[in-house]
Design a binder for this molecule. Structure first.
Ligand SMILES: NC(=O)c1ccc[n+]([C@@H]2O[C@H](COP(=O)([O-])OP(=O)(O)OC[C@H]3O[C@@H](n4cnc5c(N)ncnc54)[C@H](OP(=O)(O)O)[C@@H]3O)[C@@H](O)[C@H]2O)c1
Length: 268
């Protein structure tokens, strides 16, 4: 029996893409799953799909993680309803393609709250209870952009934050391993989700050679399994992700940043 059987999970950004598929995968383990994002209609559809195809129970919680108070509200909701989170998935996130120096400050605030602050705050809130119970797992959805030096401007700050998520994961494990709490950073490459549209890329997924592209389902399953197996930084197998990381070690960072910067400009 897996660690997940009959346990409780919280998945952020579960209305589409990787988070959506993570919820569907978790539903095989007869779990109680709290799903959260802003789009209620998508969350309700997912609840209906999961509950009619599995023994899992889904609880919908609509929250905007751009609001700085949302992580505490999510935690309070779980406390008030006696949901003890055994598996936390910090997945919500997006990128942007505008030049960094012209990105509106309010929009930047939202971006930092969603991609960085909410992940840190939710981890801080739930890891305390996991430590006390001496049991818990956290899956942080990062990116290979956190490993390969990634361009300038918009994609640069996105990669810098994902790099932080990877380092943060290592630090958390060094502190909480002795309390039987494990954290895994999942690093997908190019994955077919709502990401490109939200970021403002014109490039269609159909333009990308299929060899480079993973499905959200593949990423979700590999990610959950990697976390259960105790992996710390897990690069998704397939999509040439590992090859790109290997090759990038032999290319000077200056050139890599130029190449990735050009790729983003090309996709805009
Ligand atoms: N797709 C890729 O190629 C790729 C590669 C590497 C890493 N990733 C990472 O994978 C994670 C999931 O992205 P995805 O590719 O699955 O994209 P996606 O399909 O666009 O899903 C993003 C999720 O984040 C949620 N979200 C966005 N803004 C939010 C906000 N203000 N408050 C609450 N939730 C919010 C969205 O829900 P609502 O819009 O309903 O709020 C949605 O459920 C992200 O952390 C991303 O950085 C993606």
């Amino acid at each position: 029996m897996t660690y997940l059987q009959n346990k409780t999970a919280l998945v952020t950004g579960s209305s589409s893409g990787i988070g959506f598929e993570i919820v569907k995968y978790l539903s095989k383990f007869d779990m109680q799953i709290i799903i959260t994002a802003r789009r209620e209609d998508k969350l309700l559809k997912l609840k209906e799909e999961v509950e009619s195809n599995s023994n899992s129970k889904v609880i919908v919680l609509v929250k905007d993680l751009a609001k700085s108070e949302s992580p505490q509200e999510i935690y309070d909701f779980c406390q008030n309803n006696n949901y003890k989170i055994d598996f936390l998935v910090n997945n919500a996130g997006y990128g942007f393609t505008e030049d960094f120096d012209s990105y509106d400050l309010d929009k930047l605030d939202d971006f930092l709250n969603v991609l960085l602050n909410s992940l840190v705050k939710l981890t801080r809130l739930f890891i305390k209870d996991m430590k006390e119970r001496k049991s818990g797992k956290i899956l942080q959805v990062s990116s290979i952009a956190g490993i390969i030096p990634s361009g300038s401007g918009a994609i640069g700050i996105y990669g810098n934050i994902k790099n932080f998520v990877n380092e943060f994961t290592i630090t958390l494990n060094s502190t909480y391993k002795k309390y039987n709490v494990h954290v895994c950073a999942l690093c997908p490459g190019f994955t077919e989700t709502g990401f490109n549209e939200r970021a403002g890329f014109n490039m269609q997924y159909s333009d990308v050679p299929s060899l480079f592209l993973m499905s959200a389902k593949q990423v979700a399953e590999q990610g959950v399994n990697a976390c259960l197996k105790g992996k710390e930084i897990y690069v998704v197998r397939g999509g040439f992700n590992k090859t790109m990381i290997f090759i990038s070690k032999f290319i000077p960072n200056k050139i890599l940043r130029f190449l990735f910067g050009s790729l983003v400009n090309f996709g805009k």
